[in-house]
Design a protein around this ligand. Sequence first.
Ligand code: PRP
Length: 180
Amino acid sequence: MLNEIGEILFNEREIDMKVRELAAALTEDYRDKNPVFVGILKGSFVFMADLVRRIETDCEVAFMSVSSYGSGVESSGRITIRKDLEMDVEGRHIVFVEDIIDSGMTLAYLMRYVANRNAATVKVCSFLDKPSRRKIKLVPDYRGYEIPDAFVVGYGLDYNEKYRNLPYVGILKPEAYLNR
Ligand code: PRP
């Protein structure tokens, strides 16, 4: 029901511009380091696909899937790994790729997790960032757009698994998720 989208926050052109900027910075910083871009499923899959196609140095791609148990949209900080990395990260340069950082709990956990497995470096690249929702200190090393505390969907982000396929980032109308 596309009429649940109230406003387009970032259109395809704005997304493409930002992806190119981030990829250029990453290419510069990771040249000849063969970094591993680790996408956190599911939300990151669209951004990940766009981002790595703009990276102009050797790199690898991996995915993890985690679940956090909590009430509704709030993440509780109790995180379980559903799909682990299938590689040895020791000595590797890891860049987590996220669609959005909210409380920061998911990434804080994952960064600890790979640091404990002796990764050489661990950084974060997030397309969107909602710093107003942070429960833990976490600043992404590479950030696309900082956004206000609105319910955003599209470009990988969902509401009840819908809208991940939208080519833009939109704000969901409050009536779509309130009083349900
Ligand atoms: C979203 C997003 C991050 C996490 C951020 O995933 O993709 O992984 O929440 O929240 P946090 O900073 O509060 O930990 P979600 O759990 O909605 O799963 P999905 O990616 O499968 O939609």
